[in-house]
Design a protein around this ligand. Structure first.
Ligand SMILES: [Mg+2]
Length: 273
């Protein structure tokens, strides 16, 4: 029975993705990195592509108009992990953009002098508020990320992060929660919605698939839905990558869902055939 329902599910997603495979030179393949391409690991610095994924991405780069990684990591960090120059990298949730072949990311001009606001806020928050609650700060330039994966007590750490989010909001920053992470950024800067729109601009791309597993990916889902509604895209397939800790909006707002990175890689492999 399982085999039959698997083949029915496979036929359903293949039908949605067929417009991309039919016209690859007009199609973009966009993907989040952590939890979508690469499995979530205890320490974010250990995240890596699963076996075989780089070869699939390389084949996609040869076939499709654009392959892009859209991540909360710095653009250069994602590029080092993916290891392919032919991929476009939108980093820091869209605040940085590195197109294929570029060595330096261009910064989102909307930041305009507010690049250091989040770091300044963090410097003003007493160090014991982090250490005492198991929170770790990651300096990502204009975005400061506060992580609690691996904290001694998840609930204590998350409660402390929620208080910091309130203070950050009062200080004029935009707090965004993800999977065991709080990110503080300048208000109105970037967003994965803006990132996917920049990646799709020009080049005659009118069909796209985007996969993600977390809240900031839902911003991209919504923008792609709007572009499809407006007739600017003939196909926009939003793939929700499910996990036990992912937010419910991922399943609610996706066109398709898959179980973890292996499910998404299976789709990418089919697109690369
Ligand atoms: Mg993710």
């Amino acid at each position: 029975m399982a085999a039959k329902s698997d083949s029915v599910a496979r036929a359903a997603w293949q039908e949605l993705l067929e417009p991309l495979r039919a016209e690859p030179t007009r199609a973009a393949i966009l993907t989040d990195f952590d939890g979508t391409l690469s499995p979530i690991v205890e320490r974010a610095e250990d995240a890596a592509l699963p076996d075989g994924a780089r070869e699939i991405l390389e084949a996609l780069v040869d076939l499709y108009a654009l392959v892009g990684a859209v991540s909360g990591r710095r653009a250069a960090d994602v590029r080092a992990r993916v290891g392919l120059d032919g991929v476009a990298y939108a980093g820091n949730h869209g605040l940085e953009l590195m197109m294929p072949g570029e060595d330096e990311p261009s910064a989102d001009p909307s930041l305009d002098g507010r690049e250091g606001d989040a770091a300044e806020f963090i410097a003003g928050v007493a160090a014991e508020r982090f250490a005492g609650s198991g929170l770790r700060v990651e300096d990502k330039g204009p975005i400061q990320a506060i992580h609690w994966r691996g904290a001694p007590d998840d609930a204590v750490a998350e409660a402390a992060a929620r208080q910091i989010a309130v203070d950050a909001g009062r200080a004029g920053l935009e707090p965004r929660f993800g999977r065991k992470v709080l990110e503080l950024r300048p208000v109105g800067g970037g967003g994965k919605d803006a990132a996917v729109a920049s990646l799709l601009a020009g080049d005659g791309i009118d069909r796209v698939v985007f996969a993600g597993d977390d809240r900031t990916d839902v911003d991209a889902f919504r923008r792609l839905g709007e572009l499809r509604e407006a007739g600017e895209l003939v196909a926009a397939v939003r793939v929700g990558v499910l996990s036990a800790e992912g937010p419910p909006e991922i399943a609610e707002e996706a066109d398709l869902t898959v179980e973890g990175p292996p499910g998404w890689l299976e789709m990418l492999a089919w697109l690369a055939e």
